[in-house]
Design a protein around this ligand. Structure first.
Ligand SMILES: Cc1ncc(COP(=O)(O)O)c(C=O)c1O
Length: 386
């Protein structure tokens, strides 16, 4: 029987630091303080410091972080927000929830992130754009200087749900800088909670205050509501779990980076190239993520390969047979999602996002993978594509 390789297995992580995690949860149980309080405040400080950010505002999830920032920026009916088409749903879903219109930008086929050019194209002819939302997809930070120039006065909101600890090509760590940054602590993230959780990093004190009020129903002081907020709080048990995990995050990033390097080298020696070489240019029909050039750091929340579209689903089925978990992030670009049909998106509008949706596949990358597991993945992928 071949080695089994789940897409993600958090049991190994838990077993490795079980004492610390159980003690953290027991601490909250002993205090019986479950909503906000010292654990959440301490986590906010620790995450802000880790990211080099001004302040942290803990909240219920990454989706809620986006929603709260859009609310704080006054996004509402009649407004537009530019975001990538190739991202997790809630980057745009949280826009539509507020009655505003997501406007979708195409991506760079090499990094899968938006570029200044694709955003400039999305902005053409769009009135009332309230925000532009670059997503640091899969854990690869995009550089913001050119995007800032295109944005002008329009605020940028960084969706860093997959990119805590990532560093861009200029040496900027995600979280440093002037723009609000949204993090997710969904369990599959490099820093994952035992449930849902999120945080906004921000440096503008007025924005921080607005976010803190909005996440408690807009009450300030309590039970006095000048603004309409929601229940968007992070709970103390999640904060305690995340505080226990944070000191290990660097070593987990390093494990993912090492696994990615193993995959990169193994696939390369089998004839693959990186994603900056188009698939039709020969060699093994597989493209690896473009490895970052220092000082950039990719944290590999996902390790996503690109293969010809007519082989992707068959490769996935083959890997399933070989007991290897995979996932397609994401099979339908957002401009073609049913719930956004009213926005008029058509196949062919954003060709790079559409091609990525047809050609990409995420492989297991979590730090606890063993050498036999990594080798099994490489052998199964290469064996199928050769
Ligand atoms: C790019 C991106 N944005 C937003 C989110 C939403 O985060 P959450 O699942 O914590 O609501 C995710 C999480 O999957 C994500 O990957």
């Amino acid at each position: 029987m071949s080695v089994e390789v789940p897409l993600l297995d958090l049991v190994g992580q838990y077993e490795a630091i079980r004492g610390e995690l159980d003690a953290a949860v027991a601490r909250v149980a002993a205090s019986q303080r479950f909503i906000m309080g010292p654990e959440v405040e301490a986590l906010e400080r620790e995450i802000a410091d880790y990211c080099g950010a001004g302040e942290g505002v803990g909240c219920a999830s990454g989706s809620e972080a986006l929603l709260l920032v859009y609310m704080a920026l006054g996004v509402g009916p009649g407004d537009a927000v530019v975001c990538p088409s190739f991202t997790f749903f809630s980057t745009a879903g949280s826009v539509a929830r507020l009655g505003a219109r997501p406007v979708f930008a195409d991506i760079d086929p090499v990094t899968y992130n938006v570029t200044a050019e694709t955003v400039a194209r999305a902005l053409e002819g769009q009135p009332r754009v309230k925000a532009i939302v670059p997503v640091h997809l899969f854990g690869q930070a995009l550089e913001l200087a050119e995007l800032e120039a295109v944005a002008g006065e329009i605020p940028l909101v960084e969706d860093a749900a997959q990119a805590i600890g990532s560093v861009d090509g200029t040496g900027r760590r995600v979280g440093q800088g002037a723009h609000p940054v949204c993090l997710s602590f969904f369990p599959s993230k490099n820093l994952g909670a035992w449930g849902d959780g999120g945080m906004i990093l921000a440096s503008d004190p007025d924005l921080v205050k607005r976010l803190q009020i909005l996440r408690v129903h807009g009450g300030e002081p309590k039970y006095y509501h000048e603004v309409l907020g929601l229940n968007g709080r992070l709970d103390a048990i999640q904060a305690a779990v995340l505080r226990a995990k944070l000191p290990h995050l660097e070593s987990w990033h390093a494990g993912r980076v090492a696994n990615a390097a193993f995959y990169d080298a193994s696939f390369k020696s089998a004839g693959a190239a990186a994603s900056d070489v188009p698939l039709d240019q020969g060699g093994l029909p597989l493209r690896t993520p473009l490895a970052p050039k220092p000082p950039a750091r990719h944290i590999y929340n996902q390790y996503v390969i690109r293969v010809p579209e007519d082989r992707r689903d068959a490769l996935r089925a083959h890997l399933t047979e070989q007991r290897i978990g995979t996932e397609i992030y994401y099979p339908v670009p957002l401009h073609l999602q049913g719930c956004f049909a009213g926005l008029g998106g058509r196949p062919g509008d954003l060709p790079h996002a559409e091609a990525a949706a047809r050609e990409t596949l995420a492989l297991p990358i979590y730090p606890e993978l063993t050498q036999p597991q990594l080798e099994h993945v490489v052998e199964a992928v290469v064996g199928f594509l050769s």
